[in-house]
Design a protein around this ligand. Structure first.
Ligand code: NOJ
Length: 733
């Protein structure tokens, strides 16, 4: 218990000195215990025994402060080294107040609001004793079959980096030592989102240049923003599982990037080297992973069981162990755990507070993407009777989405609740769910629904996915609506009443047919606790949709992977291909012009990245670039005039893309390099200015060096990835 004594002396020393002092007094067992993290969903007395023995550094998944505080007391007062525990949890999108899934948050393109919401999340979680959050997840996700696309910020590298960094800032606050701060954990390092065929946990084959230019930059952005920890990924890339990849965890992350925080394995992924087939047993796995640079073993106990023997036999240098322990102690000291080890007590609880709920509601509103609107929305004064149908209209649990471990469904505001509460006085609201849940196949209520639809001025259909259809280990081979939802929409669309279809789902679904038969489409993702209120506000026009897609929507599953920033190819599709009926029977040689496309589906997606409508319209004009020739260390200044040309206030997301045709290695057609949300009153115009450091255009060149290449570039300022104004510039010596 030597750590207890010098607390006040400690406070005056630098953290590094304190770490060294503590480390010098620790036994090898104390040290190994500091690298072992376990799940807390077990018998508390058994956990206490372990804590008492000093074999745990961190416990996951206990959110009762009475329990965490008691375990903490045992760690400090009864364990050999007296080092406080660090309590961890998957705090991925909100805590008690559930925010939209990260893919939904990304659709807001609002990093300030995301940061504010993440701060609120930290307030809630720290009240429950959680000081380490396993988020943000910044895997680039280009395959909607992968269930964890829900947890990602979508398909774009630059955007994922910016939004993930906002979460890091929100979680970590101004100082880690503040009791309302949690250490963030950037995950999954790296490439996990590229799992073969979208099958979770599967192999990835990401070549070195793509790894560096597409998958690594979001992590670099978080490291640069002071992210306290990083979690390895389950996948093996090109033969090497990340948790045992020394190049990744040490040479790149620490030596090149200068990361000084903690690396934690993903759950059991140290021992995961065994089924991957690169380690014989846990001892072998422990040896490989500690040497690779993985500091903390999440839940496999490989370090606990074998590190001592490995060190004694000279197979792991004790200096390697010390280095890992140093990082863990440093994090605990930075979090102020030695001074304030217990869950904070708030004078006024932040859990489900008005402020927290309001921010969640705003974020849910901003995450809604309007994909179609044939002048139905917002519902006006003329709408007197509404029919609400569909299994997601009142699904308080499902609307929270994946990883809503601490969300309480009794706090969820569902669409039907909000519609009745806010508009029930003015509008008659009939409600026929038709299906009890999204996989329900019953058609029994369809006739009744059609009859009610005939009497209504508009039908609002809430369809989508249950919570458990996306997330970890929840991949799908078909992205069509489950159960009888499509048939339900077909049946209601037969009636001549305008149909508004609202999707609540963890991923882009294949919705071409539903788009065709609906008069308006809102894509709300899994919007979280306040989802229903956010949707009611949009449907009745209290707010205007401003979300933009953070991911490309395919026409069918066969088009996957499909993403906007694909490369130039030698046989570029023209956009007219994909019509089987147009191919003559006798054609042997392709009549399709030898392009990179399918015979049976157009090369374009259903909806492209960056797309989203509003209740007003925006026009861009007068794109102006300050200098048309810049050097590698310049900053490009470019502006465009945005005009709200409609009749009500609205928000546009102005997106900046660049692209070049010729370089030393093949390039994406265009890449997002900046974005800004702009709110304008009806008729208002504003000049929107961007500053783009030329260094942001660097890529790994033919010699695999990260560099800016001279040459001609196109720069687009647009309202999505396909529409905008363009200008040109050159990078010169
Ligand atoms: C496994 C998941 O891959 C990871 O994202 C999560 O943080 C850990 N389990 C801990 O629950």
């Amino acid at each position: 218990m030597f750590a207890l004594l010098p607390f006040c002396v400690f406070a005056q020393q630098s953290i590094d000195q304190r770490v060294e002092e503590l480390l010098s007094k620790m036994t090898i067992e104390d040290k190994i215990g500091q690298l072992n993290q376990m799940d807390g969903r077990r018998d508390v007395e058994k956990i206490k025994d372990e804590v008492r023995r000093g074999t745990l550094t961190s416990i996951m998944n206990i959110v009762d402060p009475a329990v965490t505080n008691e375990l903490q007391r045992v760690a400090i007062e009864e364990s050999p080294a007296g080092i406080p525990l660090l309590f961890a949890r998957d705090v991925v999108h909100g805590f008690n107040t559930v925010l939209p899934i990260p893919l939904g948050m990304a659709a807001s393109w609002d990093e300030e609001l995301i940061e504010a919401a993440a701060r609120n999340t930290a307030l809630e979680a720290t009240e429950r004793g959680i000081r380490w959050a396993f988020a943000p997840m910044m895997d680039i996700a280009r395959d909607a079959r992968w269930g964890r696309i829900a947890e990602s910020f979508g398909e774009d590298t630059y955007m994922a980096g910016r939004l993930a960094a906002a979460v890091v800032r929100g979680y970590q606050g101004e100082s880690l030592s503040d009791q309302t701060s949690m250490a963030a954990c950037a995950k999954h390092f790296v490439g996990y989102g590229d799992a073969e065929g979208g099958r979770d946990y599967n192999t990835t084959t990401i070549p070195p240049r793509t790894l560096r230019d597409v998958y690594l930059p979001p992590f670099k952005a978080c490291v640069d923003d002071g992210c306290a920890s990083i979690m390895t990924s389950f996948n093996d890339n090109d033969g090497l599982p990340s948790t045992g990849n020394r190049w990744l965890l040490t040479e790149l992350l620490r030596e090149q990037w200068g990361f000084e925080g903690v690396v934690v394995s993903d759950w059991g992924s140290v021992a995961g080297l065994i089924p991957h087939g690169v380690a014989h047993d846990k001892r072998d796995a422990a040896q490989q992973c500690i040497v690779a640079g993985c500091d903390v073993d999440m839940s496999s106990r490989s370090y606990l069981l074998h590190l001592k023997d490995l060190i004694e036999k000279g197979e792991v240098d004790e200096a390697v162990l010390d280095e890992a322990v140093r990082r863990v102690l440093k994090l605990k000291m930075e979090l102020g755990l030695f001074e304030q080890p217990y869950a904070r007590t708030a004078e006024k609880s932040d859990i489900y507070s008005e402020e927290v709920l309001n921010t969640a509601c705003r974020l849910a509103e901003e995450s809604v993407v309007m994909l179609k609107n044939e002048s139905v929305l917002p519902l006006g004064e003329d709408v007197k009777r509404v029919l609400v149908v569909g299994p997601m209209a009142d699904a308080p649990y499902d609307q929270m989405g994946t990883w809503a471990l601490d969300g309480d469904k009794t706090h969820s505001v569902t669409p039907i609740m909000a519609l009745r509460e806010e508009w029930g006085d003015r509008v008659v609201i009939d409600y026929i769910p038709c299906l009890t849940h999204p996989r329900d196949k019953s058609t029994a209520e369809f006739k009744k629904m059609q009859k009610a639809a005939r009497k209504a001025d508009v039908v609002l259909a809430f369809v989508g996915e249950e919570q458990m259809m996306s997330g970890e280990a929840h991949s799908l081979s078909s992205l069509d609506l489950q159960g009888a939802q499509s048939q339900m929409l077909e049946a209601v669309a037969e009636v001549d009443t305008p149909l508004v279809t609202v999707f609540m789902a963890g991923r882009p679904l294949t919705i071409a047919r539903q788009v065709e038969i609906s008069d308006a489409i809102l894509y709300a993702w899994h919007p979280g606790t306040m989802g229903g209120k956010a949707l009611a506000n949009i449907i009745f026009g209290k707010s205007s949709p401003s979300g933009k897609l953070p991911v490309t929507f395919p026409r069918n599953v066969g088009q996957i992977p499909i993403y906007y920033n694909h490369k130039h190819t030698s046989h570029r599709a023209k956009g007219t291909e994909g019509n089987l009926d147009s191919i003559p029977r006798e054609a042997y040689q392709s009549v399709m012009g030898h392009t990179s496309s399918y015979l049976d589906v157009a090369p374009s997606p259903l909806f492209h990245f960056g797309y989203g409508l509003s209740y007003t319209t925006f026009e861009l004009s007068d794109i102006a670039i300050e200098k048309t020739a810049v050097t590698a260390d310049d900053t490009i200044r470019v502006s465009v005039v945005v005009k709200n040309s409609g009749t009500r206030e609205g928000t546009e997301v102005v997106q900046l893309y660049t692209g070049r045709k010729t370089a030393s290695v093949t390039q994406p057609m265009k890449e997002l390099k900046g974005f800004q949300r702009v709110t304008l009153a009806a008729g208002e115009s504003r000049k929107v200015e961007f500053e783009l450091p030329v260094s942001r255009l660097a890529f790994h060149n033919r010699d695999m060096v990260l560099a800016v290449e001279e040459g001609k570039y196109t720069l687009w300022l647009g309202t999505d990835s396909q529409n905008g104004l363009k200008t040109y510039f050159k990078i010169i010596k």
